[in-house]
Every structure is written in structure tokens, then in C-alpha cells.
Design a protein around this ligand. Structure first.
Ligand code: NAD
Ligand code: UDX
Length: 480
């Protein structure tokens, strides 16, 4: 029986390994992590992450060929294939702070693999890493020269949160990069055999190591660039009376452009896009390519602009002040169908409104009060000026309340901001919402989920990203 061990039981390690276990009943899969509470949650009825379809997959395999454990060293030493799916956040201190990937967790995992291994292993980079990381990892793995063969592969993960199980069941492609040596090619074949249990062979792409590593950063950069492109267009639509949904549809019907990932929004969030683009920017700078670095940097700058443009629109529409006004925040997660708040645009929007002294009432179906409080009290790292750390937002119980129902959040509010596209926000009883709000009642839709015409008929003043402006908003000062 082939034994797989995955280091890192997070958003990638957990679902990916659960699906491998389900699709390959003859392979034993153990997911290990140093975070004991996380492992305990994986072994319980309340999994540590919310992901549609995940519960069923885990329940089907856990205890049979899928295990979660904190005994990292034991399971690594017994495995034939070791996936490393630890976090690779942006460095916040020292050389490359604000852009470069922090490989501390990766390096410590690699050192541990080298120390505890007693047999040959394939070590798979599942985490997103800078191009050429495999070279450094190879050196670490062989540093104590025990005569063990470690073959390193790059197998970046392309799942998106909220659709992880669907993406893993039916991936557009699986990418495996390895050394162009007989040992490297044999390792590629072993990993390809695992995925071939359910992925058609023509969708398993095999490349050299550096192409696989760079393809992951490139894919995220291209995806994020599409969103910044459509968001840039949304600003122009508002200025000219064009409708961004119509523009997206029109350009998306060009088969060279394609219809996906063209939804204008309050900005992209999530743990990957900003981190991976900044990492790409840093790699370009290190390789003496400042023009290329600046090109990609602009994708993140436009995203920051979109978030501050939204805040400015809210404040300027409401007579240029939200001081002491109750604003309902509907949605805090970075997208629907996840409870993840990493880099969610809601953090920046809430902090912007708090900076203007608003009182916030926040509701999200999957994010806990603890998480929201933590996110709003954390210092925001200024990626563009890493030496400067902004002071924490002055949040207190009085300024932010977290509630468990959308109607509770909007009660007596002056304005509503929709920041996550949860389906339930499409189907709210907006007449009831209107009746319970202060007048004039404002709705600022950062996800284009509401029916603007219908809401205006009810009496709301509606702003929806990239849509023709309400006559009320047109008369307000221009937003930069
Ligand atoms: P995560 O923070 O959810 O999980 C990482 C886990 O690794 C944590 O539970 C942490 O405790 C554990 N860990 C860290 N060091 C360890 C060590 N030395 N030994 C054992 N466990 C250790 O992160 P994630 O979202 O799963 O992302 C993991 C990697 O995958 C990152 O490089 C990320 O960029 C990449 N990725 C993420 C996504 C996504 O949607 N989240 C998608 C594709 C790729
Ligand atoms: C992304 C990549 O899609 C995935 O391939 C990679 O493995 C990890 O990073 P994820 O961040 O989980 O996945 O979600 P994604 O669906 O890409 O959305 C990212 C952000 O962009 C979200 O905030 C989402 O709301 C936003 N978005 C997405 C838009 O604003 N408009 C769109 O059209 C699509």
C-alpha cells in the first residue's frame, strides 16, 4: 500500500488529501499538523473549515484510509510520498518585507523531513512558493547526507475556496513539475498514477520544476488581473453611465476573452491573490525586471483603489459623513460559501468606515464574532510602504456589533453595505429591510447581487458597483 503524508491540515491540505483518499481507497493518507486544535477539529463532527461537500468526503474515508494526526514525525518517516502544504504568507519583516514569501514554515518542514526520514521519498511542493524554491529545498533535504534519495516535485494546487471539492473532483488540469532526470521522471509518473485514479490523463500536465512553480504564480496573477481590469472599468462605467455587467457580458462573449471571472466587485480578497502577486513582483525585482514588477504591482494597486473608492462612495453619498450613523455590513468572508476572512475586502471597508466614525453592525452566515473582532483589531500591513505600520483601528464594542441575522443588522441602520455575495442577500425581503431602516435608506452593493430597479422602486437610494448612478448620487461630490 502506498503511504501518503501531507504536512499542513489547512484549506488546501485537508480537502486535497480527503479527495485523494476517497478516489484512491488503496492509498493510506495521513494529514499531519503542528496545530493540535486543528487536528482535533478534523477528527470531530465540526471540521475546521466550511467547504460545501467536504463533510461527506471526510466522513466517507476518515478512519478507513484517511487519518488526521499531530504525530508529524512518525507519519512523515513512514510515508512514500510527502506533500508539503504549509502556509507561505508574505514576509512582514526584514529583507523583502511586504512582498517576498515567508518560507519559514516550509523550511522547517523540509528540515524535519530530512531529519526523520529513513527511506527514499518523493517530496511534493503543494504550497505556493517562489520559482526556484525546489532548488533550495533539495539542498535542505540533503544537508545531513544520510544517503536517502529525496525527489522533489512541484504540484501546485488550483482549487478555489467555496468550490474546493468540485474543483478537486473535476480539475481543469493537474500540474506536476519535476527534474528532467530518470529519477525525476519516475517520481512524476508515481504522482501521475495517484491522480490518474480520477483525472483524465490528458488533463495531467507534466513540466519541468520551474515551469510548474511559476505557472501557479502566473495563474493567480492572470486571474487577479482580470478582476482588477473589470474593476477599473467599473469606475469608468460609473463616470459615463455604462453598465459594467453589460460591458462584462459583451466582452466575455469574445471567445478569446471568455465569460468567467469578469464580475466587478468591491475588490478581490482571499489568502492567495495579493500574496502571490506581491511575491511575483519581488521575484521580478530580484531578477532586475522593474518594468515587469511594476506592471503586476498595478493589479494590487487597482484592488486597493477599488476598496477605498467604495468607502468614499458610501461616505460622500451620506452627506459626506457617517459619524455615529449605523451601517449594516452584510457579509464579511472574502467570497460566498466560505468562512475564510483572509484579506477580505470587508476588513478594509469596515476600517475605512470606522475611520469616519461609523457604527457597524456586521452579519455573515459563516464568520464568527471572534474572527471579525480579531480581523478588525489587527494592524494592517502596508505592502507598498513596508517600513510603516498603520496604527490599529480604534474598534471597541460600542463601534462594532456582530449579529446573527441580516434583519437584525439592518434594523435602524442608515445604510447597508453588501460585501459578500451570499445567496441569502439576493433573497432578503427588501421591503421589510426598507421599513426598518432610517430614511433616506441607502444600499451600497459591493457585489452586484441586488435588483437595483426593484430596490429603487421600494424607495432605496442604491449604489451598485459599476452601474449607472442613482440621480441622488450624481448630485453628490465626485469620488476619487
Ligand atoms: P493554512 O494556513 O490554512 O494551512 C497551513 C497549515 O500548515 C496550518 O494548519 C499550519 O499549522 C500548518 N503548518 C505550518 N508549519 C507546519 C509544520 N512545520 N509542520 C506541520 N504543520 C505545519 O494554509 P492554506 O490556505 O491551506 O495554504 C497552504 C498553501 O497552499 C499556501 O502556500 C497557499 O498559498 C497555497 N494555496 C492555498 C489555496 C487556498 O485556497 N487557500 C489555494 C491554492 C494554494
Ligand atoms: C484563487 C484561485 O481562483 C485559485 O485557483 C487558487 O488556487 C487560489 O486563489 P480563491 O482565492 O479561493 O482562489 O477564490 P476565487 O474564486 O479566485 O476568488 C478570489 C477573490 O476574487 C474573491 O474575493 C472573489 O470574490 C473575487 N472575485 C472573483 C471577483 O471579485 N470577481 C470575479 O469575477 C471573481
Amino acid at each position: 500500500m502506498v503511504k501518503i503524508c501531507c504536512i499542513g491540515a489547512g484549506y488546501v491540505g485537508g480537502p486535497t488529501m480527503a479527495v485523494i483518499a476517497m478516489k484512491c481507497p488503496k492509498i493510506e493518507v495521513v494529514v499531519v499538523d503542528i496545530a493540535a486544535p486543528r487536528i482535533a477539529a478534523w477528527n470531530s463532527d465540526h471540521l475546521p473549515i466550511y467547504e460545501p461537500g467536504l463533510d461527506e468526503v471526510v466522513k466517507q474515508c476518515r478512519g478507513k484510509n484517511l487519518f488526521f494526526s499531530t504525530d508529524v514525525e512518525k507519519h512523515v518517516s513512514e510515508a512514500d510520498i510527502v506533500f508539503v502544504s504549509v502556509n507561505t504568507p508574505t514576509k512582514t519583516q526584514g529583507l523583502g518585507a511586504g512582498k517576498a514569501a515567508d518560507l519559514t514554515y516550509w523550511e522547517s518542514a523540509a528540515r524535519m523531513i530530512a531529519d526523520v526520514s529513513k527511506s527514499d521519498k518523493i517530496v511534493v511542493e503543494k504550497s505556493t512558493v517562489p520559482v526556484k524554491t525546489a532548488e533550495a529545498i533539495e539542498r535542505i533535504l540533503t544537508h545531513n547526507n544520510k544517503g536517502i534519495n529525496f525527489t522533489i516535485l512541484s504540484n501546485p494546487e488550483f482549487l478555489a475556496e467555496g468550490t474546493a471539492i468540485k474543483d478537486l473532483f473535476n480539475p481543469d488540469r493537474v500540474l506536476i513539475g519535476g527534474r528532467e532526470t530518470p529519477q525525476g521522471q519516475k517520481a512524476i509518473e508515481s504522482l501521475r498514477d495517484v491522480y490518474a485514479h480520477w483525472v483524465p490523463i490528458d488533463r495531467i500536465l507534466c513540466t519541468n520544476l520551474w515551469s510548474a512553480e511559476l505557472s501557479k504564480l502566473a495563474a493567480n496573477a492572470f486571474l487577479a488581473q482580470r478582476i482588477s481590469s473589470v474593476n477599473a472599468m467599473s469606475a469608468l462605467c460609473e463616470a459615463t453611465g455604462a453598465d459594467v455587467s453589460q460591458v462584462s457580458h459583451s466582452i466575455g462573449t469574445d471567445s478569446r476573452i471568455g465569460p468567467k471571472f469578469l464580475n466587478a466587485s468591491v475588490g478581490f480578497g482571499g489568502s492567495c491573490f495579493q500574496k502571490d502577486i506581491l511575491n511575483l513582483v519581488y521575484i521580478c525585482e530580484c531578477n532586475g525586471l522593474p518594468e515587469v514588477a511594476n506592471y503586476w504591482k498595478q493589479v494590487v494597486k487597482v484592488n486597493d483603489y477599488q476598496k477605498s473608492r467604495f468607502v468614499n462612495r458610501v461616505v460622500s453619498s451620506m452627506f459626506n459623513t457617517v459619524s455615529t450613523k449605523k451601517i449594516a455590513i452584510l457579509g464579511f468572508a472574502f467570497k460566498k460559501d466560505t468562512g475564510d476572512t483572509r484579506e477580505t475586502p470587508a476588513i478594509d471597508v469596515c476600517k475605512g468606515l470606522l475611520g469616519d466614525k461609523a457604527k457597524l453592525s456586521i452579519y455573515d452566515p459563516q464568520v464568527t464574532e471572534n474572527q471579525i473582532t480579531k480581523d478588525l483589531s489587527m494592524k494592517k500591513y502596508d505592502w507598498d510602504h513596508p517600513a510603516h505600520l498603520q496604527p490599529p483601528s480604534p474598534t471597541s464594542k460600542k463601534e462594532v456589533s456582530v449579529v446573527f441575522d441580516a434583519y437584525e443588522a439592518v434594523k435602524d441602520a442608515h445604510g447597508v453595505c453588501i460585501l459578500t455575495e451570499w445567496d441569502e442577500f439576493k433573497n432578503l425581503d427588501y421591503q421589510k429591510v426598507f421599513d426598518n431602516m432610517q430614511k433616506p435608506a441607502f444600499i451600497f452593493d459591493g457585489r452586484n447581487v441586488v435588483d437595483v430597479k426593484k430596490l429603487r422602486e421600494i424607495g432605496f437610494i442604491v449604489y451598485s458597483i459599476g452601474k449607472p448612478l442613482d440621480s441622488w448620487l450624481k448630485d453628490m461630490p465626485a469620488v476619487a
